[in-house]
Design a binder for this molecule. Structure first.
Ligand code: AMP
Length: 397
């Protein structure tokens, strides 16, 4: 398979699909450039190997054609800075004769930024002729946008067909896949998944897929109470999805059949209201007083969860185990994070992914203590669900 490392870029114009969908303030200043930094290794490598990077991305959600506030020109200056002062040319569009002329005229080491792909509705529709026009700007295609790899858009997947022998992943996607495959395909045992967050409905497909892979499944957060209620417990006003009571029973049965140890809170921190300053009491998870709601795992459950995590060889964390945004209910998530860091320092591989668990890791400063943090959102969730991602399949062929 072609890779950035084994491909000869000399004199080639390399179309690189990146995810530069960064937040901008009302002065069009970038407020978080993490995504731009993440793409730098790929862009720099192309330059180093004598190629000309042509950057393709979307930005925001333009509705009808070009809109200045979504123009990628707002990013050009900063990209140039991040590349150590190399000047970055801005194209007036992403397709068309003029753009093609600029792209084709690039000298080795020169960088071109194409205008927002989503100024053309054909991008998201994955229209062949649009993908072909994009493809005509370059000699090879690098997909380095894991965040959009679950979309079959022109630039994220369809373009591949115009580069049967000149397509590859960028370093960012390569490292995402390497980390995910370590967890999903060859986990060091025991493998523990911590699935938290609010709702069973949004996590059920991942939970079911994980049951074929893990040794321990910790279910935390608001999801707990659908399981507790399904077993006849009294959950007060805790979050519950009544449509998923049967699903919860099914998950428990499947876990037992597959020999997966299911771990859930048996004591909880109950709150008098969903509020930072609510009154609290520790109660059994299945005997929460009327009007009270479970917002975090209780002390005994936290101990049990920590023991399981610390003994693990591989850990996947998706979703907080309590309402970590409020100090009174953050302990379960903080301690889960501490246990993950401890296990990682003893040699476990830990992967954290999904918006809110990443927010947790940032809030509690665990960033350096875990093995890999995926910021991919939807694409990560679909990968964990076991789905084939169009942007990945397009490169692997
Ligand atoms: P998700 O996006 O599904 O991962 O859900 C994350 C959200 O779940 C966070 O904002 C948490 O505050 C929330 N959450 C965690 N535990 C609970 C709980 N016991 N009750 C209600 N919400 C919760």
């Amino acid at each position: 398979m072609q890779t950035i490392d084994n491909y000869d870029f000399s004199g080639k114009k390399a179309l690189i699909r990146v995810d530069f969908n960064v937040p901008l303030n009302d002065k069009f200043e970038i407020t978080d450039d993490t995504r731009m930094r993440a793409a730098l290794p790929t862009i720099k490598k192309v330059i180093e190997k004598g190629g000309s990077p042509i950057i393709m991305s979307h930005l925001g959600r333009p509705k009808e054609g070009p809109e200045d506030k979504f123009s990628l020109r707002h990013l050009v200056g900063h990209l140039s800075e991040l590349l150590g002062g190399i000047s970055v040319k801005m194209a007036p569009d992403c397709i068309g004769a003029e753009v093609k002329k600029i792209a084709r005229g690039l000298n080795p080491g020169e960088v071109l930024m194409l205008e927002n792909l989503r100024f053309h509705k054909e991008e998201e529709k994955g229209v062949d002729s649009f993908a072909q026009e994009l493809a005509e700007n370059g000699d090879c295609w690098i997909n380095d946008a894991f965040g959009t790899a679950h979309r079959a858009h022109a630039s994220t997947a369809v373009m591949a067909k115009f580069f049967p022998n000149d397509k590859m992943f960028g370093y960012l996607i390569e490292s995402e896949l390497e980390s995910l495959d370590k967890v999903l395909k060859s986990p060091k045992r025991p493998f523990t998944a911590i699935m938290g967050g609010a709702k069973v409905s949004s996590k059920i497909t991942i939970i079911e897929n994980m049951l074929d892979k893990v040794d321990n499944l910790i279910i935390g957060g608001g999801m707990t109470f659908t399981f507790v209620k399904a077993n006849g417990g009294k959950i007060g006003s805790s979050l519950c999805e009544d449509d998923f009571l049967e699903t919860a029973k099914r998950v428990e049965k499947l876990a037992a059949e597959k020999g997966v140890k299911l771990i859930m809170a048996h004591d909880v921190v109950a709150a008098s209201a969903f509020a930072a300053d609510a009154d609290t009491q520790i109660t059994p998870a299945d005997n929460i007083p009327d009007g009270w709601l479970g917002l975090d795992a209780g002390p005994e459950s936290i101990e049990k969860m920590k023991n399981v995590i610390e003994e693990s060889g591989t850990i996947l964390w998706n979703g907080p185990v309590g309402v970590f945004e409020f100090e009174k209910f953050e302990k379960g998530s903080r301690e889960a994070g501490n246990a993950i860091v401890a296990a990682t320092s003893k040699g476990a591989f830990s992967l954290v992914g999904g918006g809110d668990s990443v927010a947790c890791v940032n809030k509690f400063n665990f960033t350096d203590g875990v093995s890999y943090i995926s910021t991919a959102g939807g694409a990560l969730l679909e990968y964990l669900e076991g789905k084939t991602l169009p942007g990945i399949a397009a490169v692997r062929g």
